[in-house]
Design a protein around this ligand. Structure first.
Ligand SMILES: Cc1cc2nc3c(=O)[nH]c(=O)nc-3n(C[C@H](O)[C@H](O)[C@H](O)COP(=O)(O)OP(=O)(O)OC[C@H]3O[C@@H](n4cnc5c(N)ncnc54)[C@H](O)[C@@H]3O)c2cc1C
Length: 594
C-alpha cells in the first residue's frame, strides 16, 4: 500500500511560525474558542482517519469505481459508505460550518489542513464531503432563513449531501447558454426540467438525501448569464417537520467512465419537472453559485497539493530503496550491486521539484485561507475589505497554478519510478490520473487565467496587484533573515510590475491579448507567489535550530536557483504577446482534420 505520513510538523510550522495564528484568533471574539491545543487535536485526529481509513480505500476505490446499476441507482466503491459514516459522525463536514446551524465555526486555516489530508489520502472520497461543504456555503450566503433552518444542520451532520449542477451537454464554460428551465408552479416552488452532465456526487449511496443546487432559467429571464437563477432541488422532498417525503422527479441517467477519480460518481442528472425552490433573488444565480465555486476553486488547489504530497512521499521512499548504478561522488553501498537512486542528482531534482511544490503550495493555500478568514471574521471593516480583494486576486492562482504545478510534480514523482511508475503496481499512475482533473473542473485553468488577467488585473488597472506587491515589498524590507530569497522576491515583483504595465498597454491595441497571454501571466504570478511564500518560510525558520528549519532554507535556495528563473521565461512570452498566435489563418487548423 502507498506510504502516507501526514506532514503535521510542516502544518504546525505554518500555523505557529509562518502565520502566527493564535495571535489572530485571540484578537477576534468570533474565533476566541480556537486555540492551538484544540487545533493540534483536530490535526492528529484527521491524520489518523486519513492514514488508517481513507488511504486503504484509495486503490480499491480506483479499481472498483462508482457503479451505475440502472434506474438511477449509483453505488460508491466498497468501504466508502462506512468511511463516510465515520467521517460524518466525527463532525468533519461541519468543522467550518456556522455554529448557528450546527456547525463548529473553525476558521479556514484549520479546515484547509484537514481537507489537505483527505485529498492526499483519497481524492475520490474527498469530493463527496467537499461538495457538501461548498453547497452549505452557498446556502449560508444566499438562502432564506427557512431554507437554512431546514437544510444546513443535516448537511453539516452528513445526513444529507450537496451538489452543484451547472454544466449541460452544450454549456460548460459558457453558462449563459444553459437550457434548463424553471417554471413557477403557482405556489412558492418551480418545476425544474433539463439535463445536467458531469455532476459530482449527483447520485450515490452515502446519504439519505441529496440537495442539488441547480442553475436554471425562468420563462422570461434575460438572455445570457444575467438570466440565470439558482434553485434548491432535493432528491427527496422535505416535510415541514424535517422528515423525508416523496421522491422528487429527478434521477441519474448514467455515470461517466473517466481517466481518474473513479471512486467519485460523476453523473448525468435528468430533472423532469422536479420541484425546486429559488435560492436568493431571481436572475442572481450565478453570483450565488460563485460563493460555492470560489470556495471549490481554492479546494481544487488542495486537491493538487494532496496529489503532490502523496506522490512525493512514495517517490522518496522508492528512491531510497531502489538500487541502480553508482553514485557520482563515491560508492555508497559496496556490499550491494548498485547504490540507491537517491544518490543521483537528477533523481533528487525530480523529488525536490515536487517538494518545492508541496511546501510552497501548502503555504500559499494557508495564505489564501488567512485572507478568507480575515474577510469573514475581522472586526476591522477596512481590513476585511482588503482581505476580500486579496482573495479575489489570488483565487484563480490558487486553483490553476497549484493544480498545474501539481500535475508536473506527480509526473516527476512517477518518473522517479521509471517503468515501475507507469504500471499499476506502485499506484503512481493513479495519482497522476486522479490529479489531472483538478486542472479541468471548477472552471478550466485557462479560464482561471482569463479571470486573473481580465477581471482581477485589467478591470481595475492593476490596483489589487499593486496592493499585493506593496505587501510583498514591505515584508521583504522588514525581513531579518539573510538569504537570497529576499533579492529574488524583489526582482520577481519588479518583473511582474513591468510585465503588467506592458500587457495592460498592449490590451488596448490587440483584441486577443488577454486571451493569448493569460496563462503565461498566471504562471509568472504563481512563481512570484511561491517566492513570497518562501520568503515568509525563510523568515520564520532562519533563527531556529534543527534540521527541519535549515532544510527550509536549503529548499528556498533550490527554489531561487532552479525554479524561479521560469518566471522570467513566462514574462518574456507575455511580452511577445498574442500576435504570433493569431497570425495563422483558420485554414491552417483545418488542414487534414476533415
Ligand atoms: C470529473 C468531472 C467532474 C465535474 N463535476 C462537475 C460538477 O459537480 N458540477 C458541474 O456543474 N460541472 C462539473 N464538471 C464540469 C466541468 O466544470 C467542466 O467540464 C468545465 O467547466 C469545462 O467545461 P467543458 O467541459 O464544457 O469545456 P468547454 O467549456 O467546452 O471548454 C473547452 C476548452 O475551451 C476553453 N475555452 C472555453 N471558453 C473559452 C474562452 N472564452 N476563452 C478561452 N478558452 C476558452 C476551455 O478552457 C477548455 O480548455 C465536472 C467535469 C468533470 C470532467
Amino acid at each position: 500500500m502507498a506510504v502516507y505520513n501526514p506532514p503535521l510538523d510542516d502544518m504546525r510550522f505554518m500555523l505557529n511560525d509562518v502565520f502566527n495564528v493564535e495571535t489572530f484568533w485571540q484578537s477576534n471574539e468570533k474565533l476566541a474558542h480556537v486555540d492551538m491545543d484544540t487545533v493540534n487535536m483536530i490535526l492528529e485526529e484527521m491524520a489518523k482517519l486519513a492514514k488508517n481509513v481513507l488511504l486503504p480505500l484509495n486503490r480499491s476505490g480506483d479499481e472498483e469505481g462508482a457503479q451505475y446499476h440502472g434506474d438511477g441507482v449509483v453505488t460508491t466503491p466498497s468501504g466508502f459508505k462506512e468511511a463516510f459514516e465515520q467521517y460524518a459522525e466525527s463532525g468533519w463536514i461541519g468543522l467550518g460550518g456556522d455554529p448557528e446551524y450546527g456547525g463548529q465555526g473553525f476558521p479556514k486555516m484549520v479546515t484547509m489542513l484537514a481537507e489537505e489530508m483527505v485529498f492526499t489520502a483519497n481524492q475520490s472520497f474527498a469530493l463527496y464531503p467537499n461538495l457538501s461543504v461548498g453547497a452549505t456555503l452557498c446556502l449560508l450566503a444566499s438562502a432564506s432563513e427557512e431554507q437554512k433552518q431546514t437544510y444546513l444542520e443535516k448537511m453539516y451532520a452528513g445526513e444529507w449531501a450537496g451538489t452543484m449542477c451547472l454544466t449541460e451537454p452544450h454549456a460548460g464554460t459558457d453558462l449563459g447558454i444553459i437550457k434548463t428551465k424553471a417554471v413557477p408552479n403557482g405556489d412558492d416552488s418551480y418545476a425544474i426540467s433539463g439535463t445536467k452532465i458531469f455532476i459530482t456526487g449527483g447520485e450515490h449511496d452515502l446519504t439519505d438525501n441529496i440537495i442539488h443546487l441547480v442553475l436554471a432559467k425562468t420563462p422570461d429571464a434575460p438572455a445570457g448569464s444575467k438570466g440565470i437563477s439558482l434553485f434548491l432541488v432535493p432528491k427527496f422532498l422535505v416535510n415541514a417537520d424535517g422528515s423525508l417525503g416523496a421522491r422528487n422527479t429527478l434521477a441519474a441517467g448514467s455515470i461517466e467512465h473517466k481517466m481518474g477519480i473513479k471512486g467519485s460518481a460523476t453523473c448525468v442528472m435528468n430533472f423532469d419537472g422536479a420541484k425546486g425552490w429559488l435560492v436568493g433573488a431571481e436572475n442572481t444565480g450565478l453570483a450565488s453559485m460563485f460563493v460555492m465555486m470560489n470556495y471549490e476553486r481554492v479546494t481544487m488547489g488542495l486537491q493538487g497539493l494532496g496529489g503532490t504530497e502523496l506522490a512525493y512521499q512514495n517517490a522518496a521512499a522508492y528512491a531510497l530503496d531502489r538500487g541502480q548504478g553508482r553514485s557520482d561522488t563515491q560508492i555508497q553501498s559496496p556490499e550491494k550491486p548498485a547504490d540507491s537512486i537517491i544518490h543521483h542528482a537528477d533523481v533528487r531534482r525530480m523529488l525536490l521539484n515536487a517538494r518545492v511544490n508541496a511546501e510552497a503550495s501548502r503555504c500559499f493555500a494557508m495564505y489564501v485561507a488567512k485572507q478568507l478568514d480575515e474577510s469573514k471574521f475581522s472586526v476591522d471593516a477596512d481590513n476585511a475589505q482588503a482581505a476580500e480583494a486579496r482573495v479575489a486576486l489570488l483565487t484563480p492562482i490558487a486553483k490553476a497554478f497549484l493544480t498545474d504545478k501539481a500535475l508536473e510534480a506527480t509526473i516527476d514523482c512517477q518518473q522517479v519510478f521509471g517503468g515501475h511508475g507507469y504500471v499499476r503496481e506502485w499506484g503512481m499512475e493513479q495519482i497522476v490520473r486522479d490529479t489531472r482533473i483538478a486542472q479541468i473542473y471548477e472552471g478550466a485553468n485557462g479560464i482561471q487565467a482569463l479571470d486573473l488577467l481580465g477581471r482581477k488585473i485589467a478591470r481595475n488597472q492593476g490596483k489589487y496587484l499593486q496592493n499585493f506587491l506593496a505587501e510583498i515589498r514591505d515584508f521583504v524590507a522588514n525581513m531579518l533573515a539573510n538569504h537570497e530569497i529576499k533579492q529574488a522576491t524583489l526582482d520577481a515583483a519588479a518583473t511582474i510590475e513591468e510585465l503588467t504595465t506592458t500587457v495592460l498597454a498592449n490590451i488596448s491595441t490587440r483584441k486577443s491579448e488577454i486571451n493569448g497571454c493569460a496563462v503565461d501571466y498566471l504562471h509568472a504570478m504563481g512563481y512570484l507567489c511561491y517566492a513570497f511564500m518562501f520568503a515568509m518560510m525563510v523568515e520564520a525558520a532562519h533563527d531556529k535550530e534543527g534540521a527541519f528549519y535549515s532544510n527550509k532554507l536549503k529548499l528556498a535556495t533550490y527554489f531561487v536557483g532552479r525554479i524561479l528563473p521560469r518566471l522570467h521565461a513566462h514574462a518574456d512570452m507575455v511580452k511577445t504577446g498574442s500576435d504570433p498566435i493569431m497570425d495563422f489563418d483558420l485554414s491552417y487548423f483545418s488542414e487534414n482534420v476533415s
